[in-house]
Design a protein around this ligand. Structure first.
Ligand SMILES: [Zn+2]
Length: 473
């Protein structure tokens, strides 16, 4: 059996966030496990919708896997050099200690920026190549929002990239990486071709439930000897790598070029077809209040998505709801450990004066001051029921539902102590709230919420309120 070292180091870096990402953020569990080492990399991710889990399942029994380390931190600002050196150093050291290997698999995001390198994945690959040399096959899986660099393409023998957004195929993408690494071992490395567009696509326009993203991914060829992968890019940085890119692998350079050219032509032709529209929060709320359908309107607060490095605590959409006197509205997830703690101190049914959120420093935002009534409390352990988290358990930290008595609006806000993206109905139902029965559901998410919330939605409206993740490009 081939002997394969496997490791994962995921971060999607928002260069506009002032919040640095340190080692503690990689060690901490949120909606994904905290930092794992050794056998726990396989055992603690088994069955999850994660690339490394899909790789391990596909390769299990046919490869001798040497698990080294896996970690992911919630998207935020630059990864500190200290954290990068520590984690990359442990991966390289693990590979060194593994001894004779036939290949390496890395579960990476593809949009990591460190304090001193705008291409974190390229830097990691460079360190690994420095140890193992140019000949050992390395396979990498990447997020659909990867900002693929020439260095990554050059240093990895094959890369696979998610084809869905919401990312429902993370495990499948890991499994595909195993198939491609096995093909490298059997038949040698493929030739590769790389193309990058000259325009950016905002994330709310990238979701694959609609064209053109749906069509672009559906039409990618994937056959033995012909693999084409497409990344749509992560836009919260200024590097040229933020634009969409295509990488193709085939037996010959000519064949790889032809595959890349065909997919790239389709990408360029789609530029004008991406739906980049965003309403101001007030206009979105007005549309929601005018909605006559039986199902709720989902307002997506796309610029405050913590899954894109937002603080998940801006108050623009909440203010718009209150100003309009909205009734039957839910909002999640507001990250505010102080208000969550105050709610736990006060107890269910009690009310307290406070200031909610608004601490990100983003222009135009400020804390929402007022009186809050505690409607529900939780330790924050969330058993996910939606497809994306695949039945995993997330940590929201001590959490609460608060209402705003005296505001004239009927709104329930889910407040958490750990930053997590609002993308699973369980993040409301765990408190006894019923999103399907609400009139308006506000989610701090760009597109991942669609997997679980679209089936209950009468209408989905992305809105632009202040946030650290610019979506009006
Ligand atoms: Zn992504």
């Amino acid at each position: 059996m081939p002997r394969i070292a496997i490791a994962g180091f995921q971060h999607e870096t928002n260069a506009y966030s002032p919040v640095l990402t340190g080692l503690a953020e990689f060690e901490m569990a949120d909606s994904w496990p905290g930092l794992l080492t050794g056998r726990a990399v396989i055992e603690e991710t088994r069955g999850m919708n994660l690339p490394i889990a899909g790789f391990a399942q596909a390769a299990g029994g046919v490869a001798d896997l040497v698990p080294i380390l896996w970690c992911a931190a919630e998207p935020a600002g630059f990864v500190t050099d200290a954290a990068f050196d520590e984690i990359a150093g442990r991966i390289v050291e693990g590979v060194r200690r593994a001894g004779a290997l036939d290949g390496i698999y890395l579960d990476l995001h593809g949009a990591m920026i460190t304090q001193s390198d705008e291409d974190g994945e390229g830097a990691l690959l460079e360190r690994l190549r420095g140890l193992v040399g140019p000949d050992l096959p390395i396979a990498v899986s990447l997020d659909l929002h990867a900002n693929v660099s020439e260095r990554m393409v050059a240093l990895a023998d094959v890369m696979t990239i998610y084809r869905t957004y919401p990312h429902l195929d993370m495990a499948n993408t890991g499994a595909r990486a195993w198939g491609r690494l096995a093909a490298c071992l059997d038949a040698g490395r493929p030739a590769k071709a790389f193309r990058r567009a000259g325009f950016a696509v905002p994330l709310q326009a990238q979701h694959t439930g609609a064209d053109p993203a749906r069509r672009l991914y559906r039409d990618l060829p994937d056959a033995p000897g012909a693999l084409v992968e497409l990344a749509l890019g992560f836009t919260a940085c200024e590097t040229p790598c933020r634009f969409p890119s295509v990488v193709a692998y085939a037996a010959s350079l000519g064949a790889a070029d032809r595959l890349a050219d065909a997919a790239f032509a389709a990408l360029l032709a789609a530029d004008g077809a991406f739906d980049r529209q965003l309403l101001p929060a007030e206009a979105g709320v007005a549309e929601a209040l005018a909605w006559q359908g039986a199902r709720p309107v989902i307002l997506a607060d796309v610029q405050d998505n913590p899954g894109a490095g937002g603080s998940s605590d801006t108050t623009g959409l909440l203010r718009a709801l209150v100003a309009a006197g909205a009734r039957g509205a839910l909002l999640g997830l507001m990250h505010d450990p102080d208000v969550a703690a105050a709610a736990h101190l006060a107890g269910v049914g009690a009310a307290f004066e406070g200031a909610l959120g608004g601490r990100s420093g983003v222009a135009g935002d400020r804390p929402f001051e007022g009186r809050f009534r505690v409607e529900a409390l939780s330790d924050g352990l969330c058993r996910y029921t939606g497809e994306m988290y695949g039945g995993g358990v997330g940590m929201l930290g001590p959490s609460a539902v608060v209402s705003l008595p005296g505001s004239g609006a009927d709104i329930r806000v889910v407040v958490t102590s750990i930053r997590n993206q609002c993308l699973d109905l369980a993040q409301f139902t765990m408190f006894g709230l019923d999103p399907a029965g609400a009139r308006i559901v506000c989610v701090k998410s760009t597109a991942h919420f669609r997997a679980d919330f679209a089936p209950i939605a009468g209408r989905i409206i992305p809105v632009a309120a202040p946030g650290l993740f610019p979506c009006m490009l």
